[in-house]
Design a protein around this ligand. Structure first.
Ligand SMILES: [Zn+2]
Length: 127
């Protein structure tokens, strides 16, 4: 749930992104590295694709159910473009942090995992 709210999966920190598309490398509060390895966010892309496709299928089913046999093709196409472009853009940081949360849950299940010590909040300004 923290990932869906763009928060750090370990500590719940809100300040996880520098811009809409650029996540911080580490959590400024607990120091958790969100991308464990190069290309580690392929799972986030899969989540984002699945959400976009799910949103579009809901739109398609609702419109077709309400309008068959007189389907408004052009408005449906325009709405499809809006959903298939806008939804992934809006959901992008949430997908990334959701995938980081999945990786964190796997990491946390390792027998040698240890929660870090609380960092000094003043060190955030130095990073
Ligand atoms: Zn954190």
């Amino acid at each position: 749930m923290r990932g869906l709210r763009k928060r750090c999966p370990r500590c719940g920190e809100r300040d996880t992104f520098l811009t809409w598309f650029h996540a911080r490398a580490l959590c400024p509060e607990c120091g958790l590295r969100w991308e464990k390895e190069e290309g580690g966010f392929l799972g986030a892309m899969m989540i984002n694709y699945t959400v976009a496709l799910g949103g579009w299928l809901i739109l398609l089913v609702v419109v077709l159910t309400a309008t068959v046999p007189d389907v408004p093709v052009v408005p449906l196409l325009l709405a499809s473009v809006v959903v298939l472009v806008g939804l992934p853009l809006w959901f992008y940081p949430r997908a990334k942090m959701t995938w980081a949360a999945v990786e964190f849950m796997v990491l946390r299940s390792q027998p040698d995992y240890q929660a870090p010590l609380r960092r000094d909040p003043r060190s955030r300004d130095l990073e």
